[in-house]
Design a binder for this molecule. Structure first.
Ligand code: KIV
Length: 256
C-alpha cells in the first residue's frame, strides 16, 4: 500500500516507530522498498557518499534532480522525499521554484534545514501543497560556518530552548515531520514529547519517533568514514573487494 504523509503522521499517533533510509538511485530505492522501509530519502548526503564532495554545500539542484529521478523510477510504495540543496531556498521564490522542480522529478516531499529563519520559505512551499519535513540540530548545509565540524546541539540552555521553540514553530508552519540531527538525547526526547508530528532522529538517541540513516553507513559501502553513532550491520565494501579481487585474479590467471 502506498505510504503517504498521513500514514507517517498516523504512525506517531499509534506509537509505531518510523524507519527511514537514504537512496540515491533506482536499485537502492527498489531494495529498500522491497524491505518495507516507509520513508526513502534522496538526501544531499549523496554529495559525500556518491559524488565524492567533501560536504553537502557542493550539491546542486541538477545533482538532486538527477538522483531524485533515478530513485523515483523504482516507483516505491514508500514515501519518497528529497533535500532542497544548499542555497536553493534562500528566497521564497527560489524555494517554491526549486520545490516544484524536485516534485516534478518525483519527490513526494521536501526537506529544508533550519527553523525560524526559513519559516517564510517553508510556509510558501506548503501553500503550494508540497509537503515539507523540517530539519533541526546540526545542519550539514551550515558545516562551513561551524568550522567544518559536525557539533552536537542542545548542550547549552540557549540552544536547548531554541530547538524546542523552533520545533513548535515548524509544526505550526505545517511541516509533517522533523529530522533531529545530532541533538542531545534528552532534548530530542523532550521535543518528541512536546509536538504532535513525528521526529526522525539521526545521532539523537533512541527516543525520537523514528530514525533515519544514510544507507551507505548502515551497509558499509562508504568505509572511509562512518559517523560514530552508526553501528554498520553489513560490510558490503569488503564483499565487493573480495568478489572483485577474485574475479580480477581469475581473469589474470585465465581460469574459470
Ligand atoms: O542528507 C541526508 O541524507 C539527510 C538525512 C540523513 C537526514 O539529511
Amino acid at each position: 500500500m502506498k505510504i503517504t504523509v498521513e500514514t507517517i503522521r498516523a504512525m506517531k499517533s499509534r506509537g509505531e516507530k518510523i524507519a527511514a533510509l537514504t537512496a540515491y538511485d533506482f536499485p537502492t530505492a527498489k531494495l529498500l522498498d522491497e524491505c518495507g522501509v516507509p520513508i526513502i530519502f534522496v538526501g544531499d548526503s549523496l554529495g559525500m557518499v556518491t559524488l565524492g564532495y567533501p560536504d553537502t554545500t557542493h550539491v546542486t539542484m541538477a545533482d538532486m534532480e538527477h538522483h531524485v529521478r533515478a530513485a523515483a523510477r523504482a516507483k516505491p510504495n514508500a514515501l519518497l522525499g528529497a533535500d532542497l540543496p544548499f542555497k536553493s531556498y534562500e528566497t521564497i521564490s527560489d524555494a517554491v521554484a526549486n520545490a516544484k522542480k524536485l516534485t516534478a522529478a518525483g519527490a513526494e516531499f521536501l526537506k529544508a534545514e533550519g527553523g525560524r529563519e526559513i519559516l517564510p520559505q517553508i510556509k510558501a512551499v506548503i501553500a503550494e501543497k508540497i509537503p515539507v519535513m523540517g530539519h533541526l540540530g546540526m545542519l550539514p548545509q551550515h558545516v562551513l560556518e561551524e568550522g567544518g565540524k559536525y557539533h552536537v546541539k542542545g548542550k547549552i540552555e540557549a540552544e536547548h530552548q531554541r530547538l524546542i521553540d523552533d520545533a513548535k514553530l515548524l509544526q505550526d508552519a505545517g511541516v509533517f515531520a522533523i529530522v533531529l540531527e545530532l541533538v542531545t538525547p534528552p532534548v530530542a526526547e523532550e521535543i518528541s514529547k512536546s509536538i504532535s508530528i513525528p521526529t526522525i532522529g539521526i545521532g539523537s538517541g533512541e527516543n525520537c519517533d523514528g530514525q533515519i540513516l544514510v544507507t551507505n553507513d548502515l551497509i558499509g559501502t562508504f568505509p572511509w568514514f562512518t559517523p560514530r553513532f552508526v553501528k554498520p550491520l553489513a560490510n558490503c565494501a569488503a564483499e565487493i573487494k573480495t568478489a572483485v579481487t577474485s574475479w580480477k585474479n581469475s581473469v589474470q590467471q585465465n581460469r574459470k
